[in-house]
Design a protein around this ligand. Structure first.
Ligand code: SF4
Ligand code: SF4
Length: 347
């Protein structure tokens, strides 16, 4: 039920912390964007265009910010966080700064060797979220990294052999990968990993190439039904709530109108320590001058971090929580923050 380093008694303790953070309207999940630099070349994201000189202004440590927010879930993201050679030091310092937390890393996986995975695991990472939108070469082409999907498929089993139990694929549902969603789930299951889906939007840089077209809506709805049916049979591999998956066709049909609560449960801290409500909004203030966010009338996206924050705690979520897959992440236990780590800057 829990990854090895967590015990069943952690669940109620996490829930108490969750209740406290919610009651005091403090972020449950903090994303630390440790760099904006990236060596992939995704067409739907401009981070790879970041000037290398930006490295000079990146914070050496996020520990003070972590201590200040004292969140329940901490995600290290980017850009591509593994570009930072001092990432282990950053993770380790945050690990020491916050007592009760669950730490994840979002990466494209191109530089994630099993050995790097082990050193980050030792530094305190509980879960590796590896972007994977296709099982075949389409993934390599979309990311501009030759051999990427094959490398990921070689790396994950070796990480699992090393005892790294927290591995999850971050899969963006988009125009040309509807045929890949169930195969990715099945592959994850074989590997003892999980899958967290998020829905594509053009909010990052205006690229509409992944936006699901009107003519695909029926196929999308059928695919979502299949994913939900998979979840009913096998809980724990797909880590989204049923609610979030159910809402995706509504979003694609333009029917979601409720205000976005980004910034209320999840925030992003950029490499210089400035806070923004979501990955695609500008920064508002430095973390030392943090002010609580209010809901906003924006429907530019339906990323998992947005949709999961609004997911009600249904019985199916309790079933998710009680599921016992080989590699289920503790994050499954955290209502409202569940999908948050799925969609950082490093998609
Ligand atoms: S809908 Fe929310 S999370 Fe999405 S871009 Fe708008 S403010 Fe950000
Ligand atoms: S989506 Fe992720 S991997 Fe692609 S360029 Fe942006 S940060 Fe890099």
């Amino acid at each position: 039920m829990l990854t090895r380093e967590f015990k069943p008694w952690h669940v109620p303790v996490f829930l108490v912390k969750y209740a406290y953070l919610t009651a005091t309207r403090r972020p449950v999940l903090v994303h630390f964007e440790v760099t904006m630099r990236c060596n992939a070349h995704c067409s739907f994201c401009d981070y790879w265009k970041t000037d290398p000189s930006a490295k000079a202004s990146e914070l050496v440590s996020f520990a003070d910010a972590a201590r200040f927010f004292n969140p329940m879930v901490i995600t290290f993201t980017g850009g591509e966080p593994t570009l930072r050679r001092d990432l282990e030091d950053i993770v380790s310092a945050v690990n020491k700064a916050v007592r009760l937390k669950y730490m994840t890393l979002i990466t494209h996986g191109g530089m994630l060797s099993p050995e790097r995975g082990r050193s980050l695991w030792k530094a305190g990472i509980n879960q590796f979220n590896i972007s994977l939108d296709y099982l075949d070469e389409r993934h390599d082409m979309a990311r501009g990294i030759p051999g990427l999907s094959a490398k990921i498929m070689r790396t994950v089993p070796r990480m699992r052999e090393m005892g790294i139990t927290g591995v999850r694929f971050n899969t963006v549902i988009k125009r040309d990968n509807l045929d890949q969603l169930l195969p990715i789930v099945n592959r994850a299951r074989e590997l003892g990993a999980g899958v967290n889906f998020s829905c594509y939007s053009d909010a990052k840089n205006g690229s509409t190439e992944g936006v699901i077209e009107r003519g695909q809506r029926q196929q999308l709805e059928e695919t979502i039904r299949e994913l939900l049916a998979f979840k009913r049979k096998t809980r724990g591999v797909i880590t989204n709530s049923d609610y979030y998956l159910e809402q995706i066709p509504r979003y694609v049909r333009g029917e979601i109108t409720e205000p976005c609560q980004s910034g209320m449960r999840t925030i992003h801290v950029d490499p210089m320590g400035r806070v923004k409500r979501c990955p695609d909004f500008p920064t508002d203030f430095h973390w030392t001058a943090f002010k609580k966010y209010e809901p906003i009338n924006c429907n530019a996206c339906y990323y998992a971090c947005r949709g999961e924050a609004q997911a009600p705690l249904r019985f199916s979520r309790v079933q998710d929580i009680m599921a016992s897959p080989k590699a289920t992440a503790t994050e499954n236990y955290l209502p409202g923050a569940v999908g948050g780590a799925a969609w950082g800057r490093g998609l």
